[in-house]
Design a protein around this ligand. Sequence first.
Ligand code: ARG
Ligand code: ZN
Length: 853
Amino acid sequence: MTHLLADYRPYPFTLKATALEFHLASQSTRVIARLSLVPKADAGGQDMVLDGGSELELRALTINGQEPDPRMVMREGETLTIRAAALPAEPFVLETEVQIDPSANTACEGLYISGGMFCTQCEAEGFRHITFYPDRPDVMAPFDVTIHSDKPVLLSNGNPVQREAGLARWQDPWPKPAYLFALVAGDLVAISDSFTTMSGRKVALNVWVRPGDEDRAGFAMESLIKSMKWDEEVYGREYDLDVFNIVAVDDFNMGAMENKGLNIFNSKLVLASPETATDGDYERIEGVIAHEYFHNWTGNRITCRDWFQLCLKEGLTVFRDQQFTSDMRSAPVKRITDVQALRARQFREDQGPLAHPVRPDHYEEINNFYTATIYEKGAEVIGMLRQLVGEEGYRKALDLYFDRHDGDAATIEDWLQVFEDATGRDLTQFKRWYTDAGTPHVEMHEDWNADDGRLTLTLRQSTPPTPGQQDKPPRVIPFAVGLIGPNGQEVAATRVLELTEAEQSFTFDGLGARPVVSALRGFSAPVILKREIDDATRAFLLAHDSDPFARWEAGRDLALSALTALAQGRDGGEDYVAAIGQLAGDDQADPAFRALCLNLPGEEEIATRLTASGVTPDPDAIHAAREDLARRMAEAHTDLLAGLYDSMVVKGPYSPDSDSAARRALRIAALGLLNRIDGGDRAEVLFGIAGNMTERMAALSCLIRRGRGQAALTAMADQFADNRLVMDKWFAVQPMAAPPAEAAAIAARLARRPDFDWKNPNRFRSLLGGLAANHAGFHAADGSGYDFTADWLMKMDKANPQISARMSTAFETWPRYDAGRRAAALAALNRMAEMEGISRNLREMVSRMIAAG
Ligand code: ARG
Ligand code: ZN
């Protein structure tokens, strides 16, 4: 069934309060739900439709304590309907009792068991697998939850109000939709701390983990405290309960979940120690802890009217966590890595069969829309809005948003309205960023008039069609530019041009000599920029641009221009190799920035660039081109790189702070290049002595690439056999770093190991995601990557459809390859589509992908 935005109708009953009673048992949990309901005045005479999975076993149902006539109660598919004739016109209490089997729940949605512990995941529509309920975000109520269980730790949302042997009761005074409900029961230990809010209220903080993991939870706690403080300082947002609990679970479909007062996390985003986590892991933990905490205001206090509005909470909360990370770490580096991720995931989505607007208007399965477009492009849209209304306007609009909509289930229209009201700006055209899919292309043309000292920039925008949307009217695009004089000095500081027409010109006067244009500074809009520029000018920008993003981008373009030429059998790379030597040796520049410049674009990105210029990408040629350029970089700058490798060593005990991480990043970037010419000797030494996971993983990956990883892999598996998170890395790195021709076979061999616990989402993602990240391996011409992946997606689909659907995006670029690969990919997609009993989740994904053929 297709759900349409246009079909929205308010629920005809007001839910005043929800009381739940859980009698936990792994195979037969009983759930009693008491819902206090009031028929809405203007909705008289309507039936009451409740959501509830077909697996719920209904044991009792009463209205004001009375059993209704059984003919008044109907179950059909995923709903339970009570006829209007059986419902009082006055406020009433509906009580149901159901029985469920958490031990049989492998989908990690609803109430399930992970590592012997009961836990829940209700967003988006998991609550209907716990009990019958109006499971939609605009139905909100305070919750009163009683848990009966002999597990030592019993948690739910809100504040604890009662605890005795075998029983715990929690009350959450803040009205919330069912998707924010959570329950945890298990043998857990906490590391605890406290936070005093700006108005002086003391909040108890706990990070709950399995016994034995306590020593890896400290960083998560530090991150939580930083997040709470930052949200007070920057957004004026204070926490609103007496306790804040975080729980780490091993089986989790996504990263984490913002349940009110009880955030539940994938353990890989909580647990960290120098021996087990990389710098990247630490940074992600800090960012995701912040993200979920920030949802308390942007998501929980103000939630979404319906799931079409998902970006209202996700785009904004990603934007906020990006701001937080920029404040905690290096802002330029954060911006560059966010743009890299946006291009790798969101641009790819926007250019393929799965493209959809930031606010979609239809879907089959909402879980398929937790995408880079909703999250990351949703955040970019807010960044553009902030540039257009200015810092102060943004602040005013956000204050108004919190003020006006606290307690609401809101829409994108509400969100834009506060900006219009706070700043007076008309956002009619801006709204297209929410409703229109696809990545705009902006062509920039320069006209230099030497007599008048005037530069005219002509900007032309167009957006290619996306599935279901042919016409793309012009959008408002904030286009930040600066001008740099021939001597490298900036002659015009950053100015944000507002492109609103299909074509528009902007002039810069009073220039002594023709400047070089530094365009799309800070990546001011999520667009693809096309300009006439030669490699010498790119090298000039890489040397002189004062805007760190634009400077990095110049180097990136230089690299891509070389790599795309090489991949088509032409020469290239002279300018890049020379420029990169200068930059790498520039001791004034931030090591993290230098590391970013030394890391060549990935093969996927090269393929995307080729496709954009109308060339069919050849994965093997791309792989060879990248290897060739990396080797030439290493040969041209051996001494410099070896010097960096030695001097960037971080002495003393490990610390995950961003300066130390930056030095390690540069050291590893140098190692990765040197590894092309030293046969893996440095990596072997480093693997043996490194005292932190960042360097160990880098060394391991280098060794595998040189075909000498076996001893290191064995050593690591022996040392960390009992550590799931480390073994996940171990499973991922092998198909990822394997020679492309062997990647699928290596993945298949790993899949036969007894510790390939495929029902664990992290383990499954490691192996399948590791293969998908090996571009030439996944797209091997013999179809082995496609077949292996399809086989496992079909198997997983029976256990956990959210995971099979999500991982199927490995195929989303299939239409851009050659006929042989297309046929093999399409055969794999068809095989999945024709599988008997395919889930709604996977069916929607594969049919959208097949439709692009
Ligand atoms: N709201 C969560 C977050 O972004 C994501 C949960 C999504 N879960 C799902 N099954 N679709 O923080
Ligand atoms: Zn979120």
